[in-house]
Design a protein around this ligand. Structure first.
Ligand SMILES: C[S@@+](CC[C@H](N)C(=O)[O-])C[C@H]1O[C@@H](n2cnc3c(N)ncnc32)[C@H](O)[C@@H]1O
Length: 299
């Protein structure tokens, strides 16, 4: 019977040759997932025996990883803000960069609820997650607001124009027990029949079309539609900006994830929205531009 150590040694060598930047991590994570243990157990017990069935499943996973398939799709899970999200080819794998957007959204909701006492019977705070993919933003925000007992005062709508992505998002919402708190809608950006939103959140595709072919091979397993932002990367975001005057409440705010090189581009795009809109850019922990905050000039 094979041991953990022997299987890992072989897999790490193969994944290194295949071009993985993290061959040891990939191999350990995949073997741990197949054995149903956490990675530290695999690392701590190199002498552990691995049955033939598990060894075969590991071989299949390593071969798929060698071809570039992302570890998250092979495990079927990706962590986002400490929550486990089902991940597969139906939607983009949630990225750590997007966690900043959820944190900012939570702060914004808290500010609105705590800074101004709300009279009994005040309408709920309406939040949209546009291009929800596997649901990470809407679901993580709902889970965090539930923990702070704020969720009852929210109405959350999550949209995507990919029915497959919405299917995965609904599954994730069920997994986190917030399926009854988020309305998932199949729409091009936002459905026309919705009431205005206080908060519009979006991590829309923002990769320049000409850059996509040069991205790491793992991204080729993700839906191109989730990545491709057109010639300057801002095509889809610009379409959403054009909708803001009619979808945001008077004091509403949009928080839009952008690429690290798109600060000037998003400023210029917001300047083109009629009516004098304001844009500031929030940075991530590395100091890189990450989230554009857009609101009416007078707000
Ligand atoms: C970068 S992915 C982000 C997914 C998810 N919000 C996340 O952060 O992990 C962009 C998502 O926007 C969706 N999308 C692209 N164009 C859209 C449009 N015009 N209307 C609605 N959704 C769109 C894609 O299908 C994809 O799921």
């Amino acid at each position: 019977m094979a041991t953990v150590e022997a299987l890992l040694r072989d897999a790490i060598a193969r994944l290194r040759v295949a071009g993985s930047e993290t061959p040891r991590l990939d191999a350990e994570v995949l073997l741990a997932a197949i054995l149903g243990v956490d990675r530290t157990t695999v690392v701590a017990h190199p002498e552990g025996p691995v049955g033939d069935g598990a060894a075969e499943r590991f071989e299949t996973a390593v071969a798929r990883r060698e071809s570039g398939e992302p570890v998250a799709y092979l495990r079927g899970v990706k962590e986002f803000l400490g929550l486990a999200f089902a991940a597969d080819g139906r939607a983009l794998i949630p990225r750590p960069e997007t966690e900043r957007l959820v944190e900012l959204a939570e702060l914004e909701v808290g500010r609105r609820l705590l800074a101004e006492p709300r009279p009994a019977g005040a309408p709920p705070i309406r939040i949209a997650d546009v291009g929800t993919g596997g649901g990470a933003i809407a679901i993580a925000l709902a889970v965090r607001l539930r923990a702070r007992r704020m969720l009852d005062e929210m109405e959350i709508v999550a949209t995507d124009d990919s029915p497959e992505a919405l299917e995965l998002a609904r599954e994730n919402a069920v997994g986190h027990a917030v399926a009854d708190r988020i309305a998932f809608r199949d729409a091009d950006l936002l459905p026309g029949d919705e009431r205005r939103f206080d908060l519009v959140l979006a991590n829309l595709p923002y990769v320049r079309s000409d850059v996509i072919a040069g991205l790491p091979v793992a991204t080729s397993f993700e839906p191109r539609r989730a990545l491709d932002g057109g010639p300057d990367g801002l095509e889809v975001i610009r379409r959403l900006l054009a909708l803001l005057p009619e979808v945001l409440t008077a004091r509403g705010t949009a928080l839009l994830e952008i690429g690290a090189d798109q600060e000037a581009g998003i400023m210029a795009a917001v300047a083109e929205v009629p009516g004098g809109w304001r844009c500031t850019v929030e940075r991530d922990l590395a100091g890189l531009p990450r989230v554009a905050r857009v609101s009416r000039g007078e707000g």
